[in-house]
Design a protein around this ligand. Structure first.
Ligand SMILES: C[S@@+](CC[C@H](N)C(=O)[O-])C[C@H]1O[C@@H](n2cnc3c(N)ncnc32)[C@H](O)[C@@H]1O
Length: 336
């Protein structure tokens, strides 16, 4: 039975491998980058072997696992499972970004490849809900490539689904992919929402995020100079405010707001500035869910300093994650 591995693996959004490696160099300098594929990086554990219960607190990693490396055949995957002593399987494509991020032909190829592995491997594993403490084999597939295999010890702070996917159902006709971003953030961060909580949403049009907050049972003050999608007109609990954030007077906001949400594509500095200016009207706010741009290396590097600025605004708990639906941004959850 193998308990640990000389290597770790992490998956991330394809294109963010450099940001992940820079982050790991900062938070876990003992992990040195090894081979990588788009959206997957392996690390050599130089201090002590990587344990399946380890999951460094990372913004960019979707999942962590002890790495067994690529397995060329199904037999090799099954032999690895036997060596590790697990009968539990997390099988997924290496990249679990929303389907519409991939061209149709690639989507079909991903699905066909995954189904083939599923047919071969699934019968050898035990189904049903995986319990905390169980070892799970992570098999990460991609068309035309040998799957990369790892394993982790399951627990509440680990990826809950194969590949680190976050299953949310986007209703037909949701005004934008902003719905999925907020729905994923609510699922991952689990803010303690109460029915009827007031949300100040900055940069709301066309209204995907607005719809997600309303569906979560909140009331929304939706700020944007652009109009919301017509389907949202007159929605119960919705107060559209046609303004730019910078033109918003603190006393124009509804009283008792509990949450601030922002997916406006504005810089972190502009957001922090706006929050500081509106602070007199945000006294009852419990927390923020904001999407911050990290499209270039410099913005990704500045992220720890940006999170520090949110702490200065009064946040005591700040966590950032690049969710599957994020593209050039990350989701930040801050509470006080
Ligand atoms: C990416 S879209 C937002 C998507 C939206 N959150 C959704 O879920 O559908 C960016 C929006 O931010 C708005 N925006 C950009 N800068 C803004 C500002 N300074 N104040 C208010 N809204 C702003 C734009 O008008 C645009 O509608």
């Amino acid at each position: 039975m193998i308990a640990t591995s000389p290597f770790a693996l992490a998956t991330c959004q394809p294109g963010m491998e450099r940001a992940l490696k820079a982050e790991v160099a900062r938070i876990r300098p003992d992990l040195h980058p090894g081979f990588q594929r788009p959206g997957l990086v392996t690390f050599k554990a130089t201090r002590s072997p990587f344990r399946p219960d380890e999951a460094p607190a990372s913004v960019f990693a979707r999942l962590w696992a002890a790495s067994a490396g690529p397995c060329l055949t199904a037999d090799a995957v099954l032999a690895t499972a036997a060596d590790i002593g697990t009968v539990r399987l997390f099988l997924s494509a290496r990249d679990v970004s929303p389907e519409d991020d991939h061209p149709h032909a690639l989507r079909v190829a991903i699905q066909r490849d995954l189904s083939g592995w599923d047919r071969t491997l699934r019968p050898a594993f035990t189904g049903g809900a995986i319990q905390p403490g169980e070892l799970v084999l992570d098999v990460l597939t991609w068309p035309g490539e040998a799957p990369v295999v790892g394993w982790h010890r399951h627990g509440p702070d680990r990826h809950a689904e194969p590949g680190g996917a976050i299953p949310v159902t986007v209703p037909a006709g949701a005004p934008s992919r902003g719905y999925r971003k907020i729905a994923e953030a609510l699922r991952v961060f689990r803010p303690p929402l109460a029915q009827g909580d007031g949300v100040l949403e900055l940069g709301s049009a066309p209204g995907g995020g607005t719809r997600a907050w309303l569906d979560a049972g909140c009331r929304v003050a939706a700020v944007d100079p652009q109009p919301l999608h017509a389907d949202l007109r007159g929605a119960p609990g919705l107060k559209p405010i046609a303004a730019r954030v910078g033109d918003l007077a603190p006393d124009s906001l509804p009283p008792g707001l509990k949450w601030v949400s922002c997916d406006a594509g504005i810089t972190a500095d502009d957001l922090v500035h706006a929050l500081a200016r509106l602070k007199p009207s945000l006294g009852a706010v419990k927390g923020w869910i904001v999407m911050l741009p990290v499209a270039d290396d410099a913005a990704a590097k500045r992220l720890p300093a940006t999170l520090q600025k949110l702490r200065k605004l009064g946040a005591t708990h700040v966590v950032a994650r690049q969710l599957p639906s994020n593209r050039g941004d990350v989701a930040v959850y801050a509470t006080r």
